[in-house]
Design a protein around this ligand. Structure first.
Ligand code: 5AD
Ligand code: SF4
Length: 346
């Protein structure tokens, strides 16, 4: 088993059976984690890239069974930042030194693509990168957003298991999601995807397929997080995902996609204190501090008790430097492009 991990560390390839056997064996976790940490260091270095996350609207037309923002949750108060508020929030983050702004929202046309393009153009007057995480759109909308200046796009596949996808995403179409990812890639965005770990009905084999899916689309960024049940969703009584399994999926992803950018996700910190610190030590190289104003942040409840890491725009450098001191890594304010992307587009 150890040999299998060492082989993957050198060749960056594993088949489904090999991945499944590593995921099902809990005696080799530390070997896997150290291996992923070495690969992270060798390929993407010691820098922790920071991205400022702005949750600009919690309005969503979809009904993903796991998510607190689902349209049928009538117990949350919906909001969309005004154009001015969004731009001023981005500007505060930029003035604080962030070089990447992530604009995230539920899937909705509450803010039109045209308005978003205008906002992107405005923010892009600064020398920064913009990442969008706004769900499924038409090809031409992705194109307009790219032309307006958006650099990167995150669209998690959530699960690559088509049957499970169907059960968890009423009125959504797995094939359209794949089509969206292809379009995003074709348009030249740095392309991000990812999955949830510990979803009800998800098997180890399906997690192995998720990892192979990331590899097959040659993803530039991969976000992985444990499922956390939300009380106002149909999955409220299900058990939460396991941090260790999520970390193992992430570590294996690092072995197979050595050049990719992989965040230590907020869900990892929410499910267990020091979850992000652990993630940084087994493959992750990105942290996404939330810079949304507190009033809105609390309403962006995809799952309960979302960890805020005690950071505000004023204290984040100090807090993060302290928090991640045990990793011996440096927090640097660079754009942090995905090397997986730049090596293809040189
Ligand atoms: N637990 C963990 N992650 C969740 N997400 C949505 N709902 C939950 C939940 N209950 C994740 C999805 C989505 C991202 C923005 O948040 O993977 O892509
Ligand atoms: Fe909407 Fe995204 Fe939540 Fe699904 S995961 S309900 S698309 S915000």
């Amino acid at each position: 088993m150890n040999n299998l991990i060492l082989k993957a560390e050198k060749t960056h390839s594993l088949n489904k059976e090999e991945i499944t056997s590593i995921l099902s064996n809990n005696n080799i976790d530390n070997v896997l984690f150290s291996s992923a940490d070495r690969v992270r260091q060798k390929y993407v270095g010691n820098e922790i890239y920071l991205r400022a996350l702005i949750e600009f609207s919690n309005i969503c037309q979809n009904n993903c069974l796991y998510c607190g923002l689902r349209a049928q949750n009538s117990q949350i108060q919906r909001y969309a930042l005004t154009e001015e508020k969004l731009i001023s929030t981005a500007q505060i983050a930029i003035d604080a030194g962030f070089k990447t702004i992530v604009l995230q929202s539920g899937e909705s046309s509450a803010i039109s693509t045209k308005t978003l393009c205008k906002i992107i153009k405005k923010i892009k007057q600064n020398d920064i990168a913009i990442t969008l995480s706004i769900g499924e759109k038409e090809y031409n909308e992705y194109k307009d957003l790219k032309n307006a200046g958006a650099d990167r796009f995150l669209l998690r596949i959530e699960t690559s298991d088509k049957n499970l996808y169907k059960k968890l995403h009423p009125n959504m179409d797995f094939d359209n999601r794949i089509r969206c990812l292809k379009n995003i890639k074709e348009l030249g965005y740095e392309t991000g995807t990812g999955c949830l770990v510990g979803l009800p009905g998800q098997s180890i084999g399906s997690l192995a397929d998720d990892i192979l899916f990331f590899k097959s689309i040659d993803a530039d960024m991969i976000g992985i997080g444990p499922f956390i049940p939300h009380p106002q969703t149909p999955l409220c009584t299900e058990s939460k995902g396991s941090l260790i399994t999520a970390l193992k999926v992430m570590a294996l992803t690092r072995l197979l996609l050595p050049f990719s950018n992989i965040p230590a996700t907020t869900a990892m910190e929410t499910i267990e204190a020091q979850g992000q610190l652990k993630a940084l030590q087994c493959g992750a190289n990105v942290i996404m501090p939330n810079v949304t104003d507190e009033v809105y942040r609390n309403k962006y409840e995809i799952y309960p008790n979302k960890s805020a890491c005690g950071t505000t725009i004023n204290n984040f450098k100090k807090i993060l430097a302290c928090k991640y001191a045990p990793t011996g890594r440096t927090i640097k304010m660079s754009k942090g492009n995905s090397l997986n992307y730049t090596k293809k587009h040189r």
